[in-house]
Design a protein around this ligand. Sequence first.
Ligand code: CP
Length: 326
Amino acid sequence: MQTNFRGRDFIGDLDFTKEEVETVLDVAWDLKRKRALGEPHALLRDKTLAMLFFFTSTRTRGSFEAGMAQLGGHGAFIDSETTQISHGDTAKEIGEIFGRYFDGIAIRQCDWDFGNKYINEVAKASRAPVLNMQCDVYHPFQCLADLMTIHEKKGRDLKRKKVVVSWAYAASYSKPISVPQSLILQMTRFGCDVVLAHPPEFKLMPDIMQQAKDNAQKYGVGFDVTDNMDEAFKDADVVYPKSWGPMMTTTGKDEGKALIDKYKSWITDERRMKLTKEDSIYMHCLPADRGLEVTDRVIDGPHSVVYDEAENRLHAQKAVMALTMS
Ligand code: CP
């Protein structure tokens, strides 16, 4: 049990060691149990969290806000467009000022080649811990909830479980690469064999890939990359197919859309799910482009765990908030 969390930021998945993530999950299970039993757990009474959003959100906003209330504190929703940020408030000023008003600052800023730098700049100036609600590089709270869900469905010992992180087609927009990046960083520390599948133009950041490879070597697990979705799905225990943009190839909107449209066949349907193990689970952070990323029959079908996965955002986030902000 690692206990040195008070006052610490959580911006990248590897900011917490493997043992610290185990502690976070331990606390998350306890808080989930307490909520199920209706046991009060006001660990952050009178504490406040600034929740600064530069992008829209359903799950992240809802779970952080509900989580703070359940912990006896208050989460203040702040839409960046209603602030003076566009009129000149700098990242340093946000860190200095909100760090004095609040006991924690949570930020979602996903702008490519900017979001992570912005969050780190706020953190440098803030006396209160800074929590990453998703940036251009990481989505660490999503990944904690994903790990919790995999443990819930597949047991704590993930040795030799095949976890597939796959690109999928979506028409809506060029989605951030933060979810697959967080997944390959965190899952390679927890015993499972990770397979990353994507078309050639949808690579992840080289330094993130290197860190995932280093983790795989350190923890003695597999980390393979393929451009064949069917091959990846074969005998998988967990599949996590989602869309992301070709930012490592192009940041041009039209060029990016043309690349995405080349791979409309990358959909998760019942034929593909039949390639996986009989008791495999289908995961998605949501929102999903139904009918394009995944068929209704899969996302609403027997393999899907998307609602339990979304619920676990609440418990994992409460655990980190209670540990860092108390
Ligand atoms: N998964 C996730 O982060 O959902 P939102 O974008 O709705 O917060």
